[in-house]
Design a protein around this ligand. Structure first.
Ligand SMILES: O=C(O)CCC(=O)C(=O)O
Ligand SMILES: [Fe+2]
Length: 360
């Protein structure tokens, strides 16, 4: 994708500011920068990340995404993720609901499992379109390796700030264990102002490393009345925490609601590509607050009005499967299916359009 031909995010459209974290300083173990990362993770749970060193791999991933989206539909559909709650593979536009009333999404995805990228040329989880296979060695594997490294470095900072014994969170994300960790290229067509490419959601896993060229990502900031854009900044990733980190930390870390709508202004006439790497816990990891291992987490759970939400009784695989499966429009029986797809923050945002009060 030639980013030079894309119009900039309009000056007159408001956007929500995020802290800019310097990854080079985090790598250098800079205490002040680690504290800023902690502030970001415990407030909105979203931040920009600069100096991450992944720019050339990101460019290759966007090319892989464009090559894959350009395949004939018939070929892409051979790799569709299906309705059983597995996210790896291709997702057609309109396969998911974006709200409780069953409005269809407009985003196509190509999702590649971290396990397949690392096992290549062996197949670990599933097969992919030829455009993916052709770039496994050259593009996908190097991107996944770097993204894993960035995410695990950031997760280690949260580990220490939460007062957890060293590597406690690393053990929930072992490289060798099969997991829902995956990379995704998203593709959505120009559409009307209110069209949702992806409906309101919290991310299912631990940490998402996102690369945006066009606007369209919006966050629902607690206490505000409406959705706000997050403006893409060239060379800056956008990182956000997901449900697993909110649960492990007893709610100290935040997994915030977000969604994807049409980009604003002149950007709205362009197809939108974005790229994410999602780090998710190993399949066998039970999602619960790590309160035996940190007094800070134990105190947070003791003070929480809704402490039960930090004892999900579900493994990471079960949590992930439930959320994916109940988004699929083919599995929809009514608004209850949407409710069953919800994550950790879904009770807080009744002002956010179709959010529904429910416990899942
Ligand atoms: O495309 C984006 O900006 C965000 C995508 C996203 O939220 C997701 O895939 O979970
Ligand atoms: Fe997301």
């Amino acid at each position: 994708m030639d980013t030079n031909t894309l119009p900039p995010f309009p000056d007159d459209v408001p956007s929500h500011p995020l802290l800019v974290i310097d990854y080079a300083l985090i790598k250098a173990n800079d205490e002040a920068e680690k504290e800023r990362l902690w502030t970001a993770g415990t407030s909105l749970g979203f931040w920009y990340l600069k100096n991450h060193g992944v720019d050339s791999e990101v460019q290759g991933m966007f090319e892989m995404g464009a090559e894959t989206m350009a395949l004939p539909m018939e070929e892409k559909m051979k790799y569709e993720q299906g309705d059983d709650g597995v996210s790896f593979g291709y997702k057609a536009a309109g396969a998911n609901a974006v709200d409780a009333s069953g409005t269809l999404d407009t985003a196509q995805f190509i999702n590649v499992a971290k396990d397949d990228a690392l096992a290549w040329p062996q197949q670990a989880r599933r097969s992919y379109p030829r455009t993916v296979d052709a770039r496994m060695d050259m593009t996908i594997k190097p991107f996944v390796e770097k993204a894993l490294d960035v995410n695990m470095t950031l997760i280690a900072v949260f580990n220490d700030k939460l007062g957890l014994p060293k590597d406690t969170l690393a053990k929930q994300h072992l490289r060798e264990e099969y997991s829902g960790s995956e990379t995704r290229v998203l593709y959505s067509p120009p559409a009307g102002k209110d069209t949702q490419a992806i409906g309101a959601h919290t991310d299912f896993g631990s940490l998402s490393f996102l690369h945006n060229r066009l606007g369209g990502l919006q966050v629902f900031v607690p206490g505000s009345e409406d959705w706000q854009y997050v403006k893409p900044i060239p060379g800056h990733a956008i990182c956000n925490l997901g449900d697993a980190m909110a649960i492990f930390s007893g709610g100290i870390l935040r997994s915030n609601l977000h969604r994807v709508v049409s980009p604003p202004g002149l950007q709205s006439t362009h197809y939108r590509f974005s790229l994410v790497f999602f780090t998710r816990p190993g399949n066998s990891i039970v999602l619960r607050a790590l309160k035996e291992e940190s007094s800070m987490i134990a105190d947070a759970v003791a003070r929480a009005p809704d402490a039960a939400k930090y004892e999900t009784g579900a493994t990471s695989l079960e949590w992930f499967t439930r959320r994916i499966k109940n988004q699929r429009i083919k599995n929809r029986t009514g608004p209850e299916t949407w409710m069953a797809s919800r994550g950790t923050e879904h009770t807080e945002h009744t002002a956010a359009g179709n959010e529904i009060e429910a416990s899942a």
